[in-house]
Design a protein around this ligand. Structure first.
Ligand SMILES: [Zn+2]
Length: 513
């Protein structure tokens, strides 16, 4: 029997500028799901990439007076730098302009849609937002302006290839309502159903090569046109698996029983939950199983754009405050539904309050007490030099019931929360252990128990230390998907060497001065 397969993707961002904290949210969420899946024994592939073929990249490069390829390469590098900066376990990265897997896959996709009778040429006039790379109908605009960019779309008249989206409304609706294609949160699912019910119109899937500055993938058999960047970009989820170039990754990750999870922001919902599944149906491929849509971050109360400055640069933030602090803020403060406002002050307050003062202080106190009162032996049911085997439950000392419950229930709580893509609830379940453990220490005052010990007793202090040490060990294990670096430090601190625990060193540094 093979382990369940889980394929997790993030959107591939335009590389018209450096990444911002809003994109960091998406990759950190994906990383948590990937790490959690692997710990559970699933086979996981975490796929990321960059969208190099956008007209936006061309315009941004021209505005900067730079060669498009150099410009795109440099910004793509900045996105790739998120991986090490935020301790991401990305398995594979695809860059749509230079990856040899991509173009053949897009061409195969195009031909499959053509063979299904879903592509045709039509003269078209409409209002186009270059920021979105899409046409808008007047009804979709807000006071004549793009709802995403608040800019006035420009009238464009040209002959393009169209995709017969109108054919797929019924099939899409069915996939969503019968649960084959799960869209979370429910509000987004309803939004997609409303779009479908309003009637789907065929959409343009090519641009004149001239208007695209020669950038992009030529339409097979019609070199005067390039494939619309969204059609091109969406294909990355399968071209990265060898759709078009062969190999067995596609079979393994896209056509099997496993889960295919897309993470994305609310601004690109229509592309992922309507266009993309319809394209897959047309080319006779399986649909994604899950689409999780996050809302947006603001920075200091203002909408984040890629040009809003270094205060929201996740690589710079991680360099200054550490990957743990950045990840913790994103996971602990951003709600499943609704926007969240990022400030450096909030990041510091959250990290110092819960990481340095909460979890770090707990681990430090427990290890220090083990040295002070028990000569550095790992506290356990028998207070031995080796940790208690997992099968042997740690007895619950009087007053430690809430702590024992937080430790015992954490696995189930995290699993249930992540199944609903609720990262805040998942981290709250882990944080509850440190919170309960610190309360327990303040309540039972182990130092008083130690003072009361005479040669014979001490049973009570042993039980208290064992419960606390167990809590630290559980924290080291359960934090791994969320704060992998800190989890490793905690586990190291709780693992005896030569029979004794290492001397207590701070697990987190304090960020505020
Ligand atoms: Zn726009």
């Amino acid at each position: 029997m093979t382990a369940p397969h889980t394929y997790i993707t993030t959107t591939i961002p335009y590389v018209n500028a450096r990444p911002h904290i809003g994109f960091a949210l998406e990759v950190v969420q994906a990383d948590v799901l990937a790490r959690f899946g692997r710990l559970r024994g699933d086979l996981v592939r975490f796929q990321a990439g960059t969208d190099d073929n956008s007209l936006k990249n061309v315009l941004a490069a021209q505005a900067a007076g730079e060669d498009v390829r150099d410009f795109v390469d440099r910004n793509a590098e900045a996105f790739l730098a998120l991986g090490p900066a935020l301790s991401l376990t990305v398995d594979d990265v695809i860059r749509t302009s230079r990856d040899a897997r991509h173009r053949p896959g897009v061409e195969r996709f195009w031909r499959a849609a053509g063979a299904a009778g879903d592509l045709y040429r039509k003269r078209y006039e409409g209002l186009y937002c270059t920021g979105c790379e899409q046409f808008y109908s007047p009804a979709e605009l807000r006071a004549g302006r793009c709802p995403e960019h608040d800019t006035e779309p420009v009238p464009v008249a040209e002959e393009n290839w169209f995709f017969r989206l109108s054919r797929y409304g019924g099939a899409l609706r069915e996939a969503i309502t019968d649960g084959a294609l799960r869209i979370e949160p429910a509000g987004r699912r309803n939004e997609v159903l409303a779009l479908i019910d309003a009637g789907l119109e065929d959409f343009s899937v090519s641009r004149p090569a001239e208007r695209a500055g020669g950038w992009g993938i030529p339409v097979p058999g019609d070199p005067g046109q390039v494939i619309y960047v969204w059609f091109d970009a969406l294909c990355n989820y399968v071209t990265a698996l060898g759709y078009g170039t062969g190999g067995d990754a596609y079979q393994q990750w896209w056509s099997g029983e496993g889960r295919r999870i897309h993470l994305l922001g609310k601004g690109v919902l229509r592309f992922h939950a309507v266009y993309w599944p319809a394209m897959l149906l047309s080319s006779r491929q399986p649909l994604p199983t899950d689409i999780f849509v996050h809302d947006y971050l603001t920075a200091g109360g203002r909408k984040i754009s890629k040009s809003s400055g270094s205060g929201a640069d996740p690589v710079a933030l991680a360099a200054q405050y550490g990957a743990d602090a950045v990840r913790w803020w994103l996971l602990r403060e951003v709600p499943r539904v609704g926007d969240a406002d990022f400030t450096v002050e909030r990041l510091i307050a959250r990290a110092d309050g819960e990481l340095a003062n909460g979890i770090g202080n707990l681990v430090n106190r427990v290890v220090a007490m083990s040295h002070r009162y028990r000569d550095g032996l790992a506290p356990g049911p028998a207070a031995t030099a080796v940790p208690a085997p997992a099968a042997e439950p740690v007895p619950v000392p009087a007053g430690g019931e809430d702590l024992a419950a937080a430790c015992g229930l954490v696995g189930g709580r995290v699993g249930a929360a992540l199944a609903e893509f609720d990262f805040r609830r998942a981290t709250a379940a882990v944080w509850a252990i440190a919170d309960e453990a610190n309360r327990f220490i303040n309540r039972v005052r182990p130092w008083e128990l130690a003072g009361a010990e005479r040669g014979d007793g001490g049973q009570s202090l042993d039980a208290v230390l064992a419960a606390l040490f167990e809590a630290c060990s559980v924290l080291g294990r359960e934090l791994e998907p969320f704060l992998p670096d800190a989890a490793a430090r905690i586990t190291r601190q709780c693992t005896p060497r030569d029979g004794r625990l290492p001397r207590a060193v701070p697990v987190f540094r304090r960020l505020s001065r």
